[in-house]
Design a protein around this ligand. Structure first.
Ligand code: PLP
Length: 436
């Protein structure tokens, strides 16, 4: 039929001309694209062959308000018709960027009030790494350059962001990375030992996601960030929160660090700020950092992307945050988060091979074990097979196998209903039965 012909034509062109991110080139040439999407609405995506799939990860943990919100398209079109672009370099500005910076400061905790805009999460983290190094230089401590990050963290793919990423395949992909990055496991003792070994006088910052996303939806140990905050304060180490996934409501709080009662010195953001409708991210700094850079340094902030504060992206982000606020979506995340956790508990109780259930808000994960008590794994991950079966049943899923785990991850759009959570869980349930 027509749809199949169209799919095959597009498949050939895709294979010939498009290099996919985070995809095996060889396998892609053999298998072609899994789905070629054409439209979306709410928690659903449709593809060119007419399949309707539940987007159980909000695509890349980013389409938070859900698909198909035409208001964002209208906001983009209006802004582009009025002012498609003007530079924010050399102190120039425009209304959407000013309004968005103000709006972000209403969302961020403590005295984090000033935002530098980027096009995404990687750029935001690279910006933060350069900013903390600049900060210590301005403060007369140019040796404070090293950045500590955690194992299984994901911070993106720009040179600094990859260097900070704890998931090893991303770092091993290339030969040399940025210098001065250190990795630590999730114990407080290891952090203290590392600081002792390297010397606090050489360390600029610690970076962490509140709950690790791509590394497997890993919440921190009990009390972890409170202690980290204290250690950072005692050692003059800046605390950067990578809120690219958790920020703007994903966990049921405004920011993930709010869950732990911790205020970072810098927050990096992207994804949820625009729900993926436009590429935009940002780095928000505290008044303390801003004042230091203002009072004790005359030169330029020698860092800026052409698209720092792109007017259309800012207009889209503003509309997105307005929708999240007006439709009480963060509250829905809390309520539907409980449904999701209940659903994962049901899976765990129904299937003896499942355990290590975790998550909060609309962020959840569960793992497969051959023998749960012994922690023994299957030789081939079960999660990938379940995801393949779930696709046939109408769910686009995500399996995570980094670090030897065998995890199914969930992060559906904030607009999900109780019934839709139920459908999602029952598709997974049936898919597991089929795989067994
Ligand atoms: N930080 C975190 C926690 C992320 O999850 C991601 C993307 O998945 C990034 C940074 C990188 O963001 P981007 O892909 O927009 O560069």
């Amino acid at each position: 039929n027509d749809a199949q012909v169209k799919f095959e034509e597009l498949t050939e062109l895709d294979k010939k001309h498009f290099l996919h991110p985070s995809t095996s080139i060889k396998q892609h040439m053999e298998n072609g694209p899994g789905a070629i999407f054409t439209e979306g609405e709410g928690i659903y995506l449709k593809d060119v062959r007419g399949r309707k799939l539940i987007d159980s990860l909000s695509s890349l943990w980013n389409v938070n308000i859900g698909h198909g919100r035409a208001e964002l398209g209208q906001a983009a079109a209006e802004q582009m018709a009025r002012l498609a672009f003007s530079s924010t370099f050399a102190g120039n500005s425009h209304e959407p960027v000013i309004e968005l910076a103000k709006k972000v400061s209403e969302w961020t905790p403590g005295n984090l009030n000033t935002t530098f805009f980027t096009s995404g999460g990687s750029e935001s983290n690279d910006t933060a790494f350069k900013t903390v190094r600049h900060y210590w230089k301005v403060k007369g401590q140019p040796n404070k350059t090293k950045i500590i990050s955690r194992s299984l963290s994901y911070h993106g793919v720009a040179m600094g962001a990859t260097s900070a990423t704890g998931i090893e395949p991303f770092r091993e992909f290339t030969t040399s990375l940025a210098q001065g990055f250190l990795y630590v496991d999730s114990s407080i003792e290891s952090l203290k030992d590392l600081i002792e070994k390297e010397g606090a006088e050489n360390i600029a910052a610690f970076i962490s996601e509140p709950i690790q996303g791509s590394g497997g939806v890993n919440p921190p140990p009990e009390g972890y960030f409170k202690e980290v905050r204290q250690i950072c304060d005692e050692n003059d180490i800046l605390f950067i929160a990578d809120e690219v996934i958790c920020g703007f409501g994903r966990t049921g709080e405004k920011f993930g660090m709010d869950l732990f009662g911790v205020v970072p010195d810098i927050i990096c953001m992207a994804k949820g700020i625009s729900s993926g409708y436009a590429p935009i991210g940002g780095m928000v700094i505290s008044d303390k950092i801003k004042n230091e850079l203002m009072e004790n340094y005359e030169g330029n902030f020698w860092h800026g992307y052409t698209y720092s504060g792109h007017p259309m992206c800012c207009a889209v982000a503003l509309k997105n945050l307005e929708i999240i606020e007006n439709e009480n979506m963060v509250e829905n995340v809390r309520n539907m988060g409980e449904e999701l956790q209940k659903g994962l508990k049901y899976l765990e109780e129904t299937h003896v091979i499942m355990g290590n259930r975790r998550g909060i808000g609309l962020l959840g994960a569960i793992e497969f074990f051959k023998d749960l008590e012994a922690g023994e794994r299957y030789s081939e991950p079960v999660s990938t097979k379940v995801v393949a079966k779930a696709l046939d049943r109408g769910l686009l899923g995500r399996s995570i196998v980094y670090g030897g785990q065998d995890t199914l991850a969930f992060a559906p759009p904030f607009c999900i209903t109780k019934q839709e959570v139920g459908t999602m869980i029952s598709i997974i349930d049936d898919s597991i039965v089929e795989v067994k």
